[in-house]
Ligand binder design. Structure first.
Ligand code: GLN
Length: 261
């Protein structure tokens, strides 16, 4: 009898302990789905994220895979519209957003960013032979500019001329960068402002387009994390530090953006 009571008491203890652990991980668990690192991206941003057959590959996908490995988690990549990534991370639908995403003051008001793992610049794409030859011509003339909705290209260009943009009226927004490029090819817009690396792959895939030898802005790419998830932010920063120090990140970037090409 004594033994049975002991057993029951012991079981009760174990049960209440598991309950406590479960409640704890539910309240401030490191990831939204236990054991999984759910990453939201927009997989039309070569070479950072794009489809190879049905698989999402690229610099971000590979770095995320290495981070997940270090954290002992399984990476799950979800492909969504670029401008729904931040809201999804904020509402705990996804653990991280990784999409060649630029750190901006405005975005920092709603989410946290890890340390930066890559740099980007905004490039201007025009038709070959265009009278737009630099950023100044683009800004001062009466040209229509195509951008990808919600990106920094959109944010900068949509701002007023006093703030370095062209104003809303001259900006045409597209949900995918590629749609903006098609609009440029068909003459619906006069230029497209988009991150340089995807710009290169769009130009390579569409004849008659060129990137101006002038950049609009320089930016830092980082991973966004919910403001309430300091633990995940710290762990990713630690992983990024190790992956930078041992050359893994440089090697991944070099694989997709060979420095002597
Ligand atoms: N770097 C840009 C931004 O953060 C574009 C990112 C993207 O289109 N995936 O807004």
């Amino acid at each position: 009898m004594k033994n049975v009571i002991k057993k029951i008491v012991a079981m009760g203890l174990v049960l209440s302990m598991t309950g406590a652990v479960a409640a704890c991980s539910k309240k401030k668990g490191m990831t939204v789905k236990k054991g999984t690192l759910t990453m939201a991206t927009n997989a039309y941003f070569q070479p950072y994220e794009y489809y190879e057959d049905s698989k999402i590959v690229g610099i971000d996908a590979e770095i995320a895979e290495k981070i997940a490995e270090k954290l002992g988690l399984e990476l799950k990549i979800v492909d969504v519209e670029f401008d729904s990534i931040i809201a999804g991370v904020q509402s705990d639908k996804y653990d991280i957003g990784m999409a060649g995403m630029t750190v901006t003051e405005d975005r920092l008001k709603t989410i946290n960013f890890t340390d930066s793992y890559a740099k980007g610049v905004q490039a201007i794409i025009v038709k070959e032979g265009s009278e737009i030859t630099d950023a100044d011509t683009l800004l001062s003339g009466d040209y229509k500019v195509g951008v990808q909705q919600g990106t920094t290209g959109d944010i900068y260009l949509s701002s007023s001329p006093e703030d370095g943009g062209v104003g809303e009226d001259r900006v045409v927004r597209f949900s995918k960068g590629n749609d903006a490029v098609v609009a440029l090819s068909t003459g619906k817009v006069d230029a497209v402002v988009i991150d340089n690396e995807p710009a290169k792959s769009f130009v390579a895939a569409n004849s008659g387009l060129t990137i101006l030898p002038t950049f609009y802005t320089e930016e830092d790419y980082a991973i966004c994390v919910n403001k309430n998830n300091q633990e995940l932010l710290d762990k990713i920063n630690q992983a990024l530090k190790e992956l930078t120090e041992d050359g893994t990140i440089a090697a991944i970037i070099e694989k997709y953006i060979p420095s002597n090409s």
